[in-house]
Design a protein around this ligand. Structure first.
Ligand SMILES: Nc1nc2c(ncn2[C@@H]2O[C@H](COP(=O)(O)OP(=O)(O)OP(=O)(O)O)[C@@H](O)[C@H]2O)c(=O)[nH]1
Ligand SMILES: [Mg+2]
Length: 555
């Protein structure tokens, strides 16, 4: 588990203290801490950067204080870290929040917004993603090897049971078991019914991958995401589930001091992560020089290992019979982050090249879990500016949402439809999509959020379509579903369920017609730039339309 997930619930830290007062129990603070052995030049550069970040943050606070609810505003040029992105022109500032469970695709939508509305910032951060992509590839290979190994173990155990049964039968009846079958089973199972793994030499790489992944994760801090193996229980998950549950979201206004990362946090994270990598390297180099060992760092080591086993792993991924069987059974489809597993394994050769530079797609597919709440500001056009919050979606993170919701004008809720057959990572007894519905119900029923327009993204429909095509039946997980197991029928059924939930909440609140909200629904693939661009245009239209409706200019 990532350290923040298994650690204590979100602590209330004033955002301004994040950089100046490191807290050793908080993984984000650890990530943002200056390295112990920084040089005077590095220190000077760091202090300068922190001053600029603080200046930007203070400017935003001042700007927020000045603004009233809906008038036109002058936006400070420092906002979003890019004068080009927001300009100095006036514009209506529109407050939005991305909500949904962990892994729903919120940050992916935010990355798309960055690509569209602030491409310069996106470009500046491109190189910073390289290590995160590397971590995603390392964990994808680790998941592949461990899953295959688990699959083979189970298969051989089954065969070993079969062989004992055949031999038992032969003894009882005095007849010899079918010799050919017995020989084949004995060959696979090995002597004395022990599992024979000599035909799987790649299992020897697993410990090294586990170790490197852990090292990279601890260098990256809280932002790395664990990949969960099918059938693996996780005590940290269980612990977290008992610490917090979905009813923990308390909507009250006031204190906005939970962990808030202000605009530009991505660049700061990458700078600090890079520095912590290099300081760790310097320490290791010193130790290694004394031991006469050549210098190295975890990312170089990771690339070396990936190159060494590349042919072997790719042969498994593309050709191996059992791997094909696993893919067919949907095991690499979308187990929280194994959607990315396929993507990174398919991109393996490109990522380990020496001239590798992360592509937009690599960035969009990289899993970086959100810690606390992040804030970004985008100029959408001459008259409209989005101030947008992205939140950490796991149950333990939801308590941090409350202070950001009371004056929100629009909620973009992400529902990962492909998760209909998956357990929630935080609580394996809950279906992921059922958790999404619980969350949606809480949000639409809350009186404090009634003024916010509701935009629903039925997300991950590419994975939903694949799953249904491969024969995973919705009815098995959602027994009340009686329709065909085809994509069109399924997403329409889910859309109706969300609409019903909103209608029911408004009926219960006895709202009159004028107070009722329209639910703007889009089916989305958050990783598809072309599709999300078109949808963001449509979202902008609905925001403008909703705005006119609220101001009474249209009915
Ligand atoms: N195939 C596919 N992958 C998606 C889609 N949307 C998101 N993903 C992937 O799903 C993973 C999780 O997405 P995130 O955007 O990080 O999820 P999140 O809602 O921000 O999660 P938290 O930060 O933990 O709350 C990433 O690897 C994304 O690339 C989609 O529509 N299709
Ligand atoms: Mg996120």
């Amino acid at each position: 588990m990532s350290p923040s997930v298994s650690g204590p619930p979100i602590r209330r830290i004033k955002s301004k203290n994040i950089l100046s007062r490191p807290d050793h129990s908080d993984p984000l603070s650890l990530v943002l801490q200056p390295p112990v052995n920084e040089t005077p030049n590095e220190k000077q550069a760091r202090l300068q950067q922190e001053r600029q970040a603080k200046q930007r943050s203070d400017e935003i606070d001042r700007f927020l204080k000045q603004q009233d609810d809906s008038a036109s505003h002058e936006l400070p040029s420092a906002v979003s870290g890019s004068a080009e992105a927001t300009g100095n022109k006036k514009g209506r500032v529109y407050k939005m929040v991305l909500l949904g469970q962990a892994g729903a695709g919120k940050t992916t939508v935010l990355k798309q917004m960055r690509l569209l509305y602030d491409p310069q910032a996106h470009e500046r951060e491109r190189q910073g993603w390289a290590r995160i992509v590397l971590l995603n590839l390392i964990s994808s290979v680790r998941v592949l090897l461990q899953t295959l190994s688990l699959y083979h173990d189970q298969r051989l155990e089954r065969k070993s049971g079969e062989m004992s049964r055949l031999e038992g039968n032969a003894l009882r009846t005095g007849e010899d078991a079918d010799e050919a079958t017995r020989m084949e089973l004995a060959r696979e199972v090995g002597p004395k019914n022990e599992i024979n793994t000599s035909s799987m030499p790649w299992t020897a790489h697993i410990p090294k991958f586990v170790q490197l992944e852990q090292a990279l994760r601890s260098e990256l801090g809280a932002f790395g995401e664990d990949v969960h193996l099918p059938g693996h229980s996780d005590t940290a998950n269980t612990r977290m589930a008992s610490q917090a549950n979905s009813s923990d979201i308390r909507y009250k206004s006031g204190d906005k001091s939970p962990l808030l990362l202000k605009p530009g946090w991505q660049a700061r994270l990458f700078t600090y992560a890079r520095r912590s990598f290099s300081s760790a390297q310097a320490t290791r180099d010193g130790a290694r020089r004394e031991e006469g060992v050549s210098s190295d760092d975890h990312s170089d080591e990771s690339v070396e290992l990936l190159r060494a086993v590349q042919a072997e792993v790719l042969a498994l991924w593309t050709d191996d019979v059992s791997c094909r069987a696993l893919r067919k059974r949907g095991l690499f489809l979308d187990g929280q982050s194994d959607a990315a597993t396929s993507y990174f394994l398919d991109s393996y050769s490109r990522i380990v090249e020496s001239a590798y530079e992360p592509t937009d797609n690599d960035i969009l597919h990289s899993r970086v879990r959100t810690v606390g709440v992040t804030e970004d500001v985008f100029r959408v056009d001459r008259s409209l500016i989005y101030r947008i919050y992205d939140v950490g979606g796991s149950r333990s993170q939801r308590a941090a949402w409350a202070p950001f919701l009371d004056d929100i004008e629009s909620i973009v809720f992400l529902a990962p439809l492909s998760a209909f057959d998956q357990p929630l990572v935080e609580d394996s007894s809950t279906n992921r999509l059922a958790d999404t519905f619980t969350l949606f119900n809480q949000i639409v029923a809350n009186p404090l959020l009634r003024h916010a327009s509701m935009i629903l993204f039925l997300n991950k429909i590419d994975l939903l379509e694949k799953k249904l095509r491969q024969g995973v039946r919705l009815q098995k997980y959602w027994p009340e579903y009686v329709g065909d197991n085809d994509f069109e029928a399924v997403w329409r059924w889910f859309r109706a369920k969300f609409r019903d939930a909103l209608r029911r909440a408004e009926d219960e609140a006895r709202l009159d017609q004028g107070q009722r909200r329209r639910l703007y629904v889009h089916t989305t693939v958050a990783t598809s730039t072309v599709q999300i661009r078109a949808i963001l245009m449509s979202v902008k239209d609905s925001i403008l339309r909703e705005n006119l409706r609220v101001t009474g200019l249209v009915g």
